[in-house]
Design a protein around this ligand. Structure first.
Ligand SMILES: [Zn+2]
Length: 219
């Protein structure tokens, strides 16, 4: 009997999710496309980006000082791909791993080994609202990448920031990682820093960003 109760609870969860999705689809909008060759969205949590502007903030002043020059590039790229204004501010928004950042804010934290279990890692937690629009994220950038002994180049560091920022607005790692004619893979396929070679978003991420916009429900 307990198994039946568990199954019933699961069915209820699915039904509730369907109800949340329904209002946006009632206006003749097609079902959102959330994956393709070399790209994937973080659905069902995030299927689209709405038209509200975004703010880039920082966990603390050290994070702000270090990362602001990089994020000006990122904000300009996102603004152009998403068609919504992304602004680098001086605001401090302290973040905690596992706790959603909301209000169309991405807050960056610069620290050594933010994931002690995987000391090489940087990571991002993104959150969608009840309409499944991207609504905020925390981004932990591993400061070890700036150590002289690590021999990271600036383009690689920039790629880490671009990769994590794409997570922040709703991209996940694609299921397929094709190689382009020039031998490059999608930036979101890079799961180790050695893989981050493409420099800036590739046409695959551009496709994902376009779907974030076209999946926006009409109101
Ligand atoms: Zn990633």
């Amino acid at each position: 009997m307990r198994y039946r109760i568990a199954e019933g609870a699961l069915a209820l969860t699915l039904a509730a999710a369907a109800v949340i999705v329904a209002p946006g689809r009632a206006h003749g909008t097609t079902v959102p496309v959330t994956a393709g060759t070399g790209w994937k969205l973080n659905s069902p949590a995030i299927t689209h980006i709405d038209s509200r502007p975004w703010t880039i903030a920082f966990h603390d002043t050290a994070s702000r000082t270090k990362l602001t020059p990089y994020l000006r590039n990122t904000a300009a790229e996102l603004t152009s791909y998403l068609g919504v204004k992304v602004t680098v501010t001086t605001k401090l928004v302290p973040v905690t791993r596992g706790k959603c950042v909301t209000g169309h804010v991405i807050s960056y934290r610069y620290m050594s080994k933010p994931n002690p279990d995987r000391p090489n890692q940087s990571f991002t937690g993104s959150c969608g609202n009840t309409a499944h629009a991207a609504d905020g994220a925390y981004v932990y950038i591993n400061s070890d990448y700036w150590l002289k002994t690590r021999n990271f180049s600036e383009p690689v560091r920039m790629n880490v920031i671009w990769h994590e920022t794409a997570h922040a607005v709703g991209l996940s790692h694609p299921a397929t990682c094709p190689t382009s004619k020039t031998g490059l893979r999608p930036l979101m396929c890079a799961d180790t820093y050695h893989d981050l070679r493409t420099r800036r978003y590739s046409p695959y991420e551009a496709t994902a960003f376009r779907h974030l916009v076209t999946n926006r429900p009409s109101t």
